[in-house]
Write a protein that binds this ligand. Structure first.
Ligand SMILES: [Zn+2]
Length: 78
């Protein structure tokens, strides 16, 4: 993960590293968020949306920093 700690652009406090969980369908699992290049492509078959395909798309894990003083969030996809 990132080693350089960013400072909040509002109040200049040192920010805490973390990430925003993407809740699973059954609320028992969470997924690590990713930045994906381009627009989302929905896979449809027989009129049903089977989800978004990410095949061949450029992906980066997302790290989100949170300011402990004012709550500002700042995300990086490296
Ligand atoms: Zn702040």
């Amino acid at each position: 993960m990132t080693t350089k700690v960013p400072n909040c652009r509002n109040c200049r406090s040192a920010m805490d590293e973390g990430w925003i969980a993407d809740q699973g369908r059954h609320h028992s699992t969470v997924f690590e968020p990713k930045w994906i290049e381009g627009e989302p492509h929905h896979q449809r078959w027989m009129g049903i949306d089977w989800g978004i395909t990410t095949k061949d798309a450029k992906q980066h894990a997302v790290t989100t920093w949170r300011c402990p003083r004012c709550g500002l969030l700042e995300s990086y996809a490296l």
